[in-house]
Write a protein that binds this ligand. Structure first.
Ligand SMILES: Nc1ncnc2c1ncn2[C@@H]1O[C@H](COP(=O)(O)OP(=O)(O)OP(=O)(O)O)[C@@H](O)[C@H]1O
Length: 196
């Protein structure tokens, strides 16, 4: 199904900077009726299961089944992305939730993710980078994992500088609400424009 949203907010940030927290805050502000939180990593498991004839329920729980397929699934994901960098962006935005007017993409990790939304939704895409200090991220449960936190999937956007908004999420929700105001106002403007 092809649907055209009025606004797309693409969020990036390192692990435990608060991407999901901010995505949920924005969704509450705009209402779940109007606004969907879409995860690029979400459809990977279900598509992998579908294409390989596997049991998706078993793949999602913490069983041995999942461990057996983990490596192969990661490799499959990389191959798919190399064949077609748009693959997971398209998949994540083609479900029932993408019929909503505002999309929050809560886990962009690579420049190709950002490029995808800028290419297909050029006047509607707003990019947000979230930063938080190492101490705060650790308080939230971050533990450095070699092979994960130094991989392209975590560092691919570290040198990207064209963010529409950058916020520091070390503080309370009050401060965060203020920091998000410019973004919220711009989404409101895009909603208004799409009605005219
Ligand atoms: N401003 C905040 N105030 C209070 N708690 C927060 C705030 N920001 C984040 N948290 C908490 O910190 C934890 C990590 O946040 P979150 O899951 O949103 O990070 P993330 O960037 O999505 O992490 P990951 O990349 O691992 O998925 C969560 O428990 C969340 O509730």
């Amino acid at each position: 199904m092809v649907t055209i949203p009025s606004a797309v907010v693409v969020i990036s940030g390192k692990r435990k900077t608060g991407k999901d927290y901010v995505a949920n805050l924005l969704q509450q502000r705009f209402s779940t009726e109007l606004c969907a939180v879409l995860r690029l990593s979400g459809p990977l498991k279900s598509q992998y299961a579908k294409e390989n004839g596997l049991d998706i329920a078993k793949l999602l729980d913490s069983s041995q089944y999942k461990e057996t397929y983990r490596k192969d699934m990661i490799q499959w994901g990389e191959e798919k992305r190399n064949e077609n960098p748009e693959y997971f962006c398209k998949l994540a935005t083609s479900g029932a939730e993408s019929e909503r007017d505002i999309w929050i993409i809560s886990d962009s990790r690579r420049t190709t993710d950002i490029e995808y939304f800028l290419k297909y939704y050029p006047k509607k895409t707003l990019t947000l980078r979230i930063e938080a200090s190492q101490d705060v991220r650790e308080e939230r449960g971050f533990v450095f994992e070699p092979g994960v936190d130094d991989a392209e999937s975590e560092c691919g956007l570290d040198s990207y500088t064209d963010w529409d908004y950058m916020i520091i999420n070390n503080e309370s929700s009050d401060k965060l609400g203020q920091e998000l105001q410019p973004l919220i106002q711009d989404v409101d403007k895009l909603l208004q424009l799409s009605k005219n």
